[in-house]
Design a protein. Sequence first.
Length: 341
Amino acid sequence: MIKSAIKAFLYVWVTGVFLIATPTHAAVTSFKDVPKSSDHHDAILNLAERGIIKGYEDGTFQPDATLTRAHASKILALSLKLNTTNVKDPGFKDLNKKQWYYGYVAALANAGYISGFEDGTFRSNAPMTRAQAAKIIDLSYKLPIKAKTDYPFTDVGNSAWYAGHVQTLVENKVTKGKTATTFEPNANVTRAQMASFVVRAENLQKVAEITEETRAQIRAIALENSVIEKDGQKVSQASYDPKTDTLTLTAYNLDEGMTAVQGLSFFSDKLLALGVSHNVDNRAAAKRQLQDSMVELLRAPSDTTDGDLIANDIKITLYGESEGIQIWEYFNVNLRVFTGQ
């Protein structure tokens, strides 16, 4: 009985898929030179619909045109929703308040996301290079996966000022190299490429925020029911260790304890309050596979101080999706069961 109860409980946990609904963009904008077959089509329309980028009077977007530092500043400042009105003068020699891009550049510079050149200029009409874009996007969107120490690109030296930023963008799949071994850091960024970079970075930022918010809510809900009693007797308990991301579940009574653990609101009715739902393909097959593996997890320890049956470091997965970007977050679960024997 204990094993079937544990299997049922863990099935609810491990096979649960958390889907986070997000609004989609209606295709209300189009450009004559941005076909649907373009890799950048969706990103360009996404930003155009939000007024972050614009096309030209002839109905074109000119996706392959070089992006200037001024236009890049506008796209980034609007995407990041920075205050471009109440800004401090960044002190660039060639920047003044009468220029249309002044607020965008100043907002980015005030936030520490963009900088000028050694001679004190900003060079707003100069092209934005791939190296410069990598640094600004990395700093602006605080991408979740940090750079590794090994760099696959022969044209990006480990000591280059942009090396870590380039690798962070590649690790997060915001961009990739021109080839498997070259990044071309000094190449110019096109208008289309910048649109894709920004939308990918936005999506990663949204997913990271949604995931962390959901995880925090789940932890809070689990610990709302940290101790469950029946007839004045403690039958189950939950504790969470944030340092190791481990949830320890303890049942003090074989029947009522496992029933209480299975019925924790964490796994049932309160999920709807989080806006999440279960959706598992081929549920019967997933359940059979999980049941088989659970038998191997349970062990009768030599020291039964913490429980008569113990399963340590059970890996569970939180799955999130936002704007087509998927992410998996992992937790550990320790299970402690006192059989009462």
